[in-house]
Design a protein around this ligand. Structure first.
Ligand code: UDP
Ligand code: MG
Length: 167
C-alpha cells in the first residue's frame, strides 16, 4: 500500500551532524522524499506533536527536547517520505523507541542514547500509523509545501492577507 510518513531529525540529530547519515540510511528504503524543510519548533508545535503523551512523566522534558532546549539547537528537519509501505519501512530503519533495545544497525541503535533523567534521546521521529502520519503531516506542512497530492484540499480566497516578500 502506498503511504506517506513524517520524519523529524530531532535537535540531537542536528547538533551531532547526523543529518547526512540519517538521510542516506533512509534512502535505502527507496522511498521518495516529497517535502523537506527546516522548522523552528514553538512550544505549541511540540505540545501538539506529542499531545498523546501528555500524561507521561517524561512529557515536560520531551517537549523541551523537541524544542531544542536540551541541545541549544532550536530547530528540526521535517521530511515526508512516500511510497510502498512507507510507515513500516521508515520505522524499521529508525529502530525501536528505546535506543538500548533498538537494533544496533538501526538509526536509533547507532546514535540514540538515554539521558540520565531516563528520556530517550533517539535522534529521529517517524510516524507509527496512517492516522498518526496524516495528523502529523497536516501539523508540520502546508499543502503547497508538498509536491504530490496526499490529502484532499480546498481553495479559499483570503482577503487582506499580509505576507512577507523579498525586498
Ligand atoms: N520517550 C521516552 N521514554 C519512553 C517513551 C518515549 O523518552 O518511555 C520519548 C522518545 O523520545 C520517543 C518519544 O518520547 O521518541 C515519543 O514516544 P513514542 O512512544 O511515540 O515513541 P516513537 O514513536 O518515537 O518510537
Ligand atoms: Mg510515536
Amino acid at each position: 500500500m502506498v503511504q506517506q510518513t513524517l520524519v523529524l531529525v530531532k535537535p540531537d540529530g542536528l547538533v551531532r551532524s547526523l543529518t547526512g547519515n540519517i538521510l542516506s540510511r533512509l534512502s535505502e528504503s527507496k522511498l521518495e522524499i516529497v517535502a523537506a524543510k527546516m522548522s523552528r519548533v514553538s512550544r505549541e508545535m511540540a505540545e501538539a506533536h506529542y499531545m498523546h503523551l501528555e500524561h507521561k512523566p517524561f512529557y515536560p522534558e520531551l517537549i523541551q527536547y523537541l524544542q531544542g532546549e536540551l541541545h541549544d539547537r532550536r530547530k528540526v528537519m521535517a521530511l515526508i517520505y512516500w511510497g510502498e509501505d512507507a510507515i513500516a519501512k521508515v520505522r524499521q530503519i529508525a529502530g525501536e523507541t528505546n535506543p538500548e533495545e533498538a537494533s544496533p544497525t538501526s538509526i536509533r541503535g547507532s546514535f540514540g542514547r538515554i539521558r540520565s533523567s531516563g528520556l530517550f534521546e533517539n535522534v529521529i521521529h517517524a510516524s507509527s500509523s496512517e492516522e498518526e502520519a496524516e495528523r502529523e503531516i497536516k501539523l508540520w506542512f502546508e499543502p503547497d509545501e508538498i509536491i504530490v497530492e496526499l490529502y484532499p484540499t480546498r481553495r479559499e480566497v483570503i482577503k487582506e492577507l499580509k505576507v512577507r516578500q523579498w525586498a
